[in-house]
Ligand binder design. Sequence first.
Ligand SMILES: Nc1ncnc2c1ncn2[C@@H]1O[C@H](COP(=O)(O)OP(=O)(O)OP(=O)(O)O)[C@@H](O)[C@H]1O
Ligand SMILES: [Mg+2]
Length: 224
Amino acid sequence: MENLNLQVKDIFKSFWSGEKELNVLNGINFEFQTGNTYAITGASGSGKSTLIHILGGLDFPTKGQIFWGQKNIFDLNQKQKELFLNSNFGFVFQFHYLIKELSVIENIILPGLIAGKTKKESVQKAEFLLNKVGLEDKFDSYPTQLSGGQLQRVSILRAIFNEPKFLLADEPTGDLDAKNAQIITDLLLLCRKEFGMGLIICSHDKAVYERMDKILTLKDGILQ
Ligand SMILES: Nc1ncnc2c1ncn2[C@@H]1O[C@H](COP(=O)(O)OP(=O)(O)OP(=O)(O)O)[C@@H](O)[C@H]1O
Ligand SMILES: [Mg+2]
């Protein structure tokens, strides 16, 4: 069977500010396996967000490659890459990025419509998922009418809608209280269990990162 792990090979990333070069990632090598859960921790500014954006193809490294099976994701053209990301990766961020003009249901089904699913089957699936997370009374609400914890639950449903191989989350509980942080972590782990996806989560929060199978620390631009 084709190996669908996410293989990170010698990733470097620098930013330039004026004349000064800031070396954020200094040779990241790692293989993330589908079905496993990973936490990336490290001090503020250590490069966690930079790394997770590159892992998911949202930013380019200065040097290095990311292999998905046999495929180097940076070899894809923009259109191929968008389709590839839409069906294989789900993203959750600290702030929800839901579209405020769209209802909860409309936000959740968006990745399904992009992938070519019908509206009818997408809506049915979204309703099923919303029921599972206790938001059955919010189908037609708009993002401005939801609490922070509810918004993050909706963001996760949108991210997992196409049952991606990996769910990438950057401080998904960073804006929530302890109780909601626990609800969100439970939901992320449940998604992994239900769909067998890999989970990569950047978090400062011990209560969150300690629940992952493997805890990696980013320090001096290297994963330790
Ligand atoms: N687009 C950019 N241009 C210049 N410097 C950047 C850019 N993005 C990030 N950096 C710098 O790269 C370093 C790593 O940033 P990053 O956001 O990855 O850290 P982080 O570990 O996610 O921090 P936090 O825990 O605060 O979210 C920081 O010093 C940051 O200022
Ligand atoms: Mg960050």
